[in-house]
Design a protein around this ligand. Structure first.
Ligand SMILES: [Zn+2]
Length: 396
């Protein structure tokens, strides 16, 4: 690990490569620091939304150098500068590991691969198509983030030939270490985490929430359109089961793994969804709910009022979409209702999740309680090796 180095960057910022104990709170936009619990891993404050300590991109200075996530695209040159400060030329960058397709993680990919001609983008198989054709991503982001779009830049498409798509359990060889992948679909179905077992470092994307270094706590992230509370909790349980030494958060920075910290995040997520649900029950409209939580946003003193309120409104929209989805599940998929409405249980259609998405616009999860695998109408299908949780009912 390099220590105690300060380098003037062409952007006018300084790169501080140090290992003191205050790295949490010492950084500013454009700065780079070492992940002190690991060798050869660094992180940069990308200055996302003109907010410090919000968006981080990691550099793994391996035999085949890699970065994890790519920032929002705006000011992507800061990442190139950061690479230079640890002596990685653009030609030498071999891998871009993109945790998910949300533009605050994937938006820089197209710009960076244009500057780094030998780099391959590795991302979840669901994210790949969005990176090569970002039109839907742009449209969805504009709808979700409102006036925050001013901080974005339209992403450049990544040629398909430069994308390697991944699923759970794949590996990426960096020469002196191998990265393994862990699917984490709760925040977004296209999310995959990267684990460096050599260093015990897990790059969490958004699966473990937003770490706030100044408070040493985790803030919820629940954006539209695929946020799912139960699956998010499952993802945190997956991380707990792995018990890595260090969590490298997409927002923001590294933190030594601590099961109590993650337990507090699980509680925060449940309480957050419940708070939105209750407010919706008493409010006149969803817009009132969004405004209520926006006006009472937390962390205004950390992120600034504008960003903190925008973050809160985005998270409310995600929860409202999730609550709608939950209601749709009950409407669509609870057996008794399906039966009452004249849907035929004989026309069970078994499908991959992507087909389910395509068909219904929502992802199927077993209703509560789930269809029982030994139910008389399900058992013939289960006997044929088909899993009830991959079923949807079709109308005859
Ligand atoms: Zn995200």
């Amino acid at each position: 690990m390099i220590e105690n180095v300060s380098i003037a960057l062409s952007s006018g910022h300084y790169a501080y490569i140090f290992a003191d104990t205050n790295w949490h709170t010492s950084m500013d936009i454009g700065d780079i620091a070492a992940v002190e619990t690991a060798d050869d891993i660094y992180y940069i404050d990308t200055g996302m939304y003109d907010t410090s300590a919000y968006g981080s991109v990691y550099i793994i200075d391996a035999d085949q150098p890699a970065i994890v996530d790519t920032g929002i695209g705006t000011n992507y040159e800061r990442i190139i500068d950061a690479l230079a400060s640890v002596d990685i030329e653009p030609d030498s960058l071999a891998h871009l590991l993109v945790t998910h397709a949300h533009l605050d993680h994937a938006g820089g990919a197209g710009f960076l691969i244009a500057d780094c001609p030998n780099a391959t983008v590795h991302t979840h198989e669901r994210a790949g198509p969005h990176l090569s054709d970002p039109a839907r991503l742009i449209e969805g982001t504009k709808a979700a983030v409102g006036n925050q779009w001013q901080y974005y830049v339209e992403p450049k498409p990544v040629p398909e030939s430069r994308i390697n798509t991944l699923s759970d359990g794949d590996t990426i060889d960096l020469g002196d270490r191998s990265i393994t992948t862990v699917a984490a679909p709760g925040h977004a179905l296209h999310q995959i985490l990267f684990y460096d077992p050599t260093e015990g470092v897990l790059f969490t994307g958004d699966s473990a929430g937003i770490y706030v270094p100044k408070r040493d706590r985790i803030q919820q992230t629940s954006p539209p359109s695929q946020f799912n509370l139960e699956t998010c909790l499952d993802d945190v349980r997956t991380i707990d089961a792995m018990a890595p030494e260090t969590l490298c958060f997409g927002h923001f920075g590294p933190r030594v793994y601590d099961d109590e910290l993650l337990s507090s995040y699980k509680r925060a997520l449940v309480e957050w969804v419940e708070a939105v649900r209750q407010k919706r029950a008493e409010a006149n409209s969803d817009e009132d709910v969004i405004q209520h939580f926006g006006n009472n946003a937390e962390l205004t003193d950390v992120w600034g009022t504008e960003k903190a309120r925008a973050e809160s409104r985005l998270n409310v929209r995600g929860v409202l979409a999730y609550l709608d989805w939950q209601a749709a599940q009950t409407e669509w998929l609870t057996y008794s209702r399906v039966w009452r409405r004249g849907y035929s249980p004989c026309s069970l259609y078994l499908s991959s999740i992507s087909d389910v998405l395509h068909f219904s616009g929502v992802v199927y999860r077993p209703p509560h309680p789930p269809l029982h695998p030994t139910h008389s109408l399900c058992s013939p299908l289960v006997d044929r090796g088909l899993r009830p949780d991959t079923c949807i009912w079709l109308q005859r």
